[in-house]
Design a protein around this ligand. Structure first.
Ligand SMILES: [Mg+2]
Length: 250
């Protein structure tokens, strides 16, 4: 692959994993925050209402590709429990921050990732493109795992208004990397958002199966995607050594 000038990566289950109890811990913090701010909530009914709202909003995003945000899910869940709290209420903003604070210590770099990026840095432009509703939290996680200086381009769907696989996010990736789309590799774990998305945008996708090959449990709710295999012919890697071999291949 001698014409490649830039490599971009997905974040979750591509570069980092999240401990599976992350979502429960995050919800506990979310509910405590709302209670601290005067809302009389019980955990289980709120959890159920929040889950239903999240599914509804995420299904909506699958139809048109636009990104959603947790503040809408929370407002919606509260509404179904009889509380009229608009999405832009500061109590919701505080609760969103509490929710995502749970993930900081539960996110881990896949072994060898820092070294891999360091090794590629001098030869390629490096990018990150992640589906994440609340961009500040994604940036905190990136910094917390030590990747804040690893990329020339960091794009988070929450900032872009659209989610992968929507073509507009890949178009922005191409623009920001500043090379031809055919000179970019996009490495991701999700057959639909990453592989189909990049492929449709004219970028060469690379499917990484480290997480599934090592049976690492994924945090429920983080990964909204399919468990299928890609529907296009695509190089598959399971280790960063595989990526280096791929880059050195003809
Ligand atoms: Mg992923």
């Amino acid at each position: 692959m001698h014409n490649i000038k830039a490599i971009a990566f997905d974040l979750f289950n591509t570069l980092i994993t999240v401990e599976p109890h992350g979502l429960g811990e995050a919800l506990t913090r979310l509910v405590s925050s709302l209670k601290k701010n005067g809302l009389d909530l019980e955990y289980e009914p709120f959890k159920q209402a929040h889950r239903e709202a999240a599914i509804r909003f995420l299904e909506e995003t699958r139809k048109d590709g636009t990104e959603t945000h947790n503040r809408f899910w929370i407002s919606d869940a509260l509404k179904s429990l009889g509380y009229d709290v608009p999405p832009d209420d500061p109590r919701i903003a505080t609760a969103v921050d509490s929710y995502f604070s749970a993930f900081l210590d539960l996110c881990h770099l896949i072994p060898g990732t820092g070294e891999m990026l360091q090794a590629l840095k001098d030869r390629y432009r490096l990018g990150l493109l992640s589906n994440f509703t609340h961009a500040p939290a994604a940036k905190n996680i990136i910094e917390h795992v030590g990747l804040n200086h690893s990329f020339q381009v960091v794009l988070i769907s929450g900032d872009l208004g659209f989610r992968k696989p929507h073509p507009s996010v890949f178009r922005q990736l191409i623009d920001r990397l500043g090379v031809e789309k055919t000179q970019i590799l996009y490495v991701g774990d999700d057959p639909e958002t990453d592989i189909t998305g990049a492929g449709q945008a004219g970028i060469q996708p690379v499917w990484t199966t480290y997480v599934r090959d090592n049976d690492i449990p994924a945090a429920p709710g983080i990964r909204i995607g399919s468990d299928e295999t890609p529907d296009i012919e695509v190089p598959r890697i399971s280790t960063w050594e595989d990526l280096f071999s791929l880059l050195d291949s003809e």
